[in-house]
Design a protein around this ligand. Structure first.
Ligand code: ATP
Length: 547
């Protein structure tokens, strides 16, 4: 067992930094040459068979941990080295790839001295861990920090989420992955609604490296709001958060899986994928959106604000919770059968110069509203919008800043102040866009890519793009066209359907004033007070373990 910087036979191009010959832990007669480079662990069985058939090359990008341990037999001088990988592998039964567990466990018994074998095994384990920590995927976004190793997390599991299997999934998958990665965790099984919220409000966060939820999106919503209710919210909101899918929607889990560049997977594969990302421990910034309602306290949202079709399906399908994600399909069919129209006023502050320019142009010559069923052509993002006033953007910005600072909607609330919003009962700032239509089938504001595991609503959203992706569907859309849109959403293809009734625009803030006397508004899938609501994005306010 030597340190050396030579090429192993037939290995990759990176120089070998450690080389040893060990036997397999489970088959002591099988001897292997093991080489560690900066990027790979290469295991070559020493048999007479052709080299390529006996060589396994494991990328350290896929490694979550490595440990050394002694033989349980006190007379045995051997030590063991176990390395855990989750590479993307082709599925057995269907096409595509998913992360699958690969364990390599070796017996080190070269030396007679028990301690010397243990030191050698520990040297290898350290080297594998250090090199794995340096390996990132090319698609990994800018991370702000990494979880320390070993790290201490609080893992909140909602036993009632989804089909009620979160605890079973923790036992079957998560516990083992976390221990392989050296992640020490305190397991908390939530007992009731708001339990998680109260807990994070009171916990001594200095004793934790992260708070992780295993549930649907509702539990993370509680955690985020609990953190922002603390007197030390500025520090608290920087606590790294993690998500493991255990609910029926699992939108944020699906989003971080999507950002990692991976394709659509089953629920169990999504859990392994998110577990892998959690074990890698790279922390990035995540946008939060503050939500103002007319008489409830301000809320913080990480995912979505919905009114109309989407909110109705989400909440009305609660009664089918026991069947898991299929509940959304049933809910969709039920709501399609009796399609509703919602009346209200939607206004927003555009996110970019491009969008604002389009709207100014249209102000002089607004296009006629669409007529007829079906979806012949797609709108540009800012069509059918009216500016609230006729001033140029620059002068308006200056006036808005002035008025907002004196009448801000959030000046006395805990959490960051909302510089773009005025109190709900006051007129909008003059550079906001007011949508001309007042009849909608749905309004949906998204800040991450997925609304559910199989609903890629905002394909170009990223974790901290500082953008609210605002979608609305105008009344008049036929049932079949709406169904086509919803089906296309599975792969994020709805924007390419050229549906004239679907509008997508990027905004920084929005206000929705429902005229319909009854309805459902949801924030991150949770029902909130029905009535006027407004929202403003806070770029990168929270921290999420996402790769
Ligand atoms: N032990 C419990 N019993 C009942 N409700 C709980 C318990 N623990 C947490 N809750 C509440 O359950 C609600 C739903 O949880 P969550 O959203 O995480 O799961 P879900 O609804 O199944 O998933 P999704 O939001 O992805 O559809 C949350 O509002 C949470 O407060």
């Amino acid at each position: 067992m030597n340190d050396r910087s030579a090429e192993p036979d037939g290995a990759g191009t990176a120089p070998v930094t450690l080389y040893g010959e060990f036997t397999l832990a489970g088959a002591r007669k099988v001897r292997c040459a093991v080489s560690l480079t900066g990027k790979e662990l290469i295991v070559q069985r020493l048999t007479s068979s052709p080299v390529e058939r006996n060589k396994l090359v494991l990328s350290l990008q896929d490694c979550v941990g490595c440990r050394a341990y002694r033989s349980s037999d006190s007379l045995d001088p051997a030590s063991y080295l176990a390395a855990y990988f989750y590479p993307l592998k082709r599925r057995w039964v269907s096409s595509g790839v998913s992360r699958q567990r690969v364990e390599q466990c070796f017996r080190l018994a070269e030396l007679q001295d028990r301690r010397a074998n243990q030191e050698e095994a520990e040297k290898w384990a350290r080297a594998v861990r250090e090199r794995s920590a340096r390996q990132r995927y090319p698609g990994d976004g800018p991370c702000v920090s990494e979880l320390p190793r070993p790290c201490r997390i609080m893992l909140l599991v909602n036993p009632q989420s989804g089909k009620g299997q979160a605890l079973a999934l923790y036992n079957s998958h998560v516990q083992r992955m976390l221990s392989e990665a050296g992640v020490l965790h305190t397991l908390v099984i939530t007992e009731r609604q708001n339990h998680a919220r109260e807990l994070v409000r009171e916990t001594d966060l200095s004793q934790l490296d992260a708070v992780v939820i295993m549930s649907g999106d509702g539990l993370l919503y509680e955690v985020i709001n609990g953190l922002l209710e603390r007197p030390d919210w500025e520090e608290a909101v920087r606590t790294p958060l993690g998500v493991l899918p255990g609910g029926s929607g699992n939108a944020l889990a699906a989003s971080i899986h999507h950002y990692s560049g991976a394709s659509l997977v089953s629920s169990e594969e999504l859990l392994v994928s998110c577990g892998f990302l959690l074990c890698k421990g790279l922390v990035s910034r995540m946008d939060l959106v503050s939500i103002h309602l007319s008489s409830s306290p301000r809320l913080f949202s990480f995912l979505s604000l919905a009114w109309g079709f989407v909110a109705d399906v989400d909440i009305e399908s609660e009664k089918y919770r026991h069947i898991g994600a299929v509940r959304f399909t049933i809910g969709t069919l039920v709501r399609l059968a009796s399609l509703r129209v919602y009346r209200g006023r939607l206004s927003y502050l555009p996110a970019g110069e491009g969008c604002a320019r389009g709207a100014v142009k249209l102000r002089h010559n607004p296009p006629p509203p669409p007529v007829g069923p079906g979806c012949p052509s797609r709108d540009s993002p800012c069509q059918n919008t009216l500016y609230n006033s006729c001033h140029s953007n620059n002068s308006l910005s200056a006036r808005r800043t002035e008025s907002v600072s004196s009448r801000s909607a959030s000046s006395s609330l805990p959490g960051p102040s909302d510089s773009l919003l005025l109190p709900l009962d006051q007129p909008l700032p003059s550079d906001w866009v007011v949508v001309q239509e007042e009849d909608f089938v749905l309004i949906l504001a998204m800040y991450q890519s997925h609304l559910a595991e199989d609903m890629l609503v905002a394909p170009d959203a990223t974790l901290d793009d500082g953008t609210i992706h605002l979608f609305y569907i105008r009344a008049g859309i036929s049932r079949i066209a709406l169904l086509r849109l919803l089906l296309a959403m599975e792969k994020g293809a709805h924007l390419a359907t050229n549906c004239q009734h679907l509008v997508h625009t990027k905004v920084r803030a929005l206000r929705l004033e429902p005229y319909s006397p009854k309805g459902i508004i949801t924030v991150d899938g949770e029902v909130v007070e029905y009535g006027p609501v407004q929202a403003e994005v806070h770029r990168g306010l929270a921290r999420l373990i996402s790769g």
